[in-house]
Design a protein around this ligand. Structure first.
Ligand code: V0V
Ligand code: CO
Length: 190
């Protein structure tokens, strides 16, 4: 279908799903374990379908996890969806729920290092507390890795690793992503 100036317009995927906003579910939470709220998503005219489905989380490096959790709860009214220790990544971390979408939830991830020579330990020593990485939701992390790697972006992880709340995750090197440590997140199945 042409637009108002007569140019052809690529078909625009539209997703509309409705549901109520639930409270936290009992038991071990999963990243996608929420009923969707009404949302409309589109891809830009003429663009490739987006590889990222949402911002899954923003990772923030902190010195004291419990103190930071309290601050986020008190100041922003966020609630903790999960707490985990990931020895492979050298972090003690908490996911604080921000919002839901048909593609899954969005979170703030607070990260305290379990050892000084870990990625977050080194980051804190160099920069102090602050934004450490952005985690984008993807439908298939292996496909996304292959596609991004084929464009010459250095992959920190050649294969997905275990992430928070049952997700499969993989990191891209910040030196090839404009200085932003970037994480791909395939959430656990609903
Ligand atoms: C390091 N650099 C960063 C950075 N970390 N730049 C932007 N953002 C960051 N977060 C820069 C650093 O300033 C250096 O730049 C250069 O990269 C090398 O850093 P390094 O620490 O000296 O060296 P490496 O090679 O030992 O480590 C860098 C990488 C490492 C990125 C490879 O941090 C890594 O493997 N990160 C991925 C794993 C991770 O971050 N896990 C914690 C979150 P100059 O000085 O050379 O210019 S775990 C998580 O999010 C989970 C479990 C989850 O979400 O579920
Ligand atoms: Co993360």
């Amino acid at each position: 279908m042409p637009d108002e100036e007569g140019r052809p317009v690529a078909s625009v995927p539209v997703a509309v799903r409705c549901g109520s906003i639930p409270g936290r579910r009992a038991g071990k939470p999963r990243r996608d374990a929420r009923t969707p709220t009404p949302v409309i998503t589109t891809t830009a005219r003429g663009a490739q379908p987006a590889m990222f489905t949402r911002i899954d989380h923003v990772g923030i490096a902190v010195h004291d996890l419990e103190k930071s959790i309290s601050w986020y709860e008190t100041t922003f009214g966020l609630t903790v969806a999960s707490r985990e220790v990931n020895e492979e990544q050298g972090v003690r971390e908490a996911m604080l729920f921000v919002a839901d979408s048909p593609a899954g939830g969005s979170y703030v991830q607070l990260l305290e290092p379990t050892r000084q020579d870990s990625p977050v330990g080194k980051f804190l020593a160099r920069n102090g507390e602050g934004v450490h990485h952005i985690g984008y939701g993807v439908d298939d992390v292996e496909n996304a890795l292959a596609s991004i790697g084929a464009q010459g972006v250095r992959l920190v992880d050649q294969r997905p690793r275990h992430g928070s709340m049952g997700a499969s995750i993989a990191f891209l090197h910040p030196k090839d992503t404009g200085g932003v440590l970037t994480e791909l997140v395939q959430a656990a199945k609903r």
